[in-house]
Design a protein around this ligand. Structure first.
Ligand code: PRP
Ligand code: URA
Length: 228
């Protein structure tokens, strides 16, 4: 994991398999099915890094040979909070390695003209303030959505928050880390910049559309081409 010098709470999960898989999610010819599978797989790596400091508790277990003292996760289960819509598509990787995690939802959409976030929904487990919150969104572009989502979660009393994303733009890193220096960010990669429409370059396009299939895909791979 590599923290940025300017923003020590921003970490890039610097792993060859993450780099490999991000290459294929970027590819415009990657179909919906493979795109979702890759996002799930990258989510597992991000979740692995993000949970490194989760507390443990000692327990006794009986193996077929003897009793031994060992460790399991301690404390309350975390709450995974995907930012609707695209964040929901990135939930499954985390749930695969921690299926007992609780789930909340926060609805924020970005106005396509102003790029400002519009918060339209928030439903969290009632005792969220006692738990670690993991905010999830594949894209940190201007940072508006993630900054607003974290502020909303703080408003209900949550103190321990982490954020994971697939691709971050420098503009979003600056906005998020300056607004929430207390929140550790785990990203799959740091891209170059935003374009004039607020899309990340090189990025992967519209994460929500690619995960949900809301727009026709003009880049169907030629028959017979399979990446995996
Ligand atoms: C996308 C993405 C983030 C947001 C990032 O969502 O999933 O939530 O944009 O942009 P920002 O950092 O500039 O705020 P979008 O608003 O397009 O909604 P969607 O998930 O419903 O597609
Ligand atoms: N939202 C996306 O889905 N993609 C971007 O590049 C920026 C915001």
């Amino acid at each position: 994991m590599k923290p940025l010098k300017e923003y020590p709470n921003f970490n890039v999960v610097d792993h060859p398999l993450v780099k490999h898989k991000i290459t294929y999610v970027r590819d415009k010819y990657t179909c919906k099915k493979v795109f979702k599978e890759l996002v799930d797989e990258i989510g597992i790596f991000l979740a692995y890094e993000l949970t490194q400091d989760f507390p443990l508790q000692e327990v006794e277990v009986e193996t077929p040979l003897c009793k031994t003292r060992t460790q399991i996760l301690g404390g309350k289960k975390p709450v995974l909070v995907p930012i609707l819509r695209a964040g929901v598509g990135m939930l499954d990787g985390f749930l695969k390695i921690m299926p007992s995690a609780r789930i909340g939802h926060i609805g924020i959409s970005r106005d396509e003209e102003t790029l400002l976030p519009n918060a339209y929904y928030c439903k969290l487990p009632v005792d969220s303030y006692q738990r670690t919150i993991v905010l999830i969104d594949p894209m940190l572009a201007t940072g508006g959505s993630a900054v607003a989502a974290a502020a909303k979660i703080k408003e209900v009393g949550c103190k321990r928050i982490k954020f994971m994303c697939l691709i971050a733009a420098p503009e979003g890193v600056k906005a998020f880390c300056e607004a929430h220096p207390d929140i550790e960010v785990y990203a799959g990669c740091l891209d170059e910049k935003l374009n004039e429409k607020g899309y990340i370059l090189p990025g992967l396009g519209d994460a929500g559309d690619r995960l949900c299939g809301t727009k026709p895909n003009p880049y169907m791979p030629p028959m017979g081409v399979r990446f995996f």
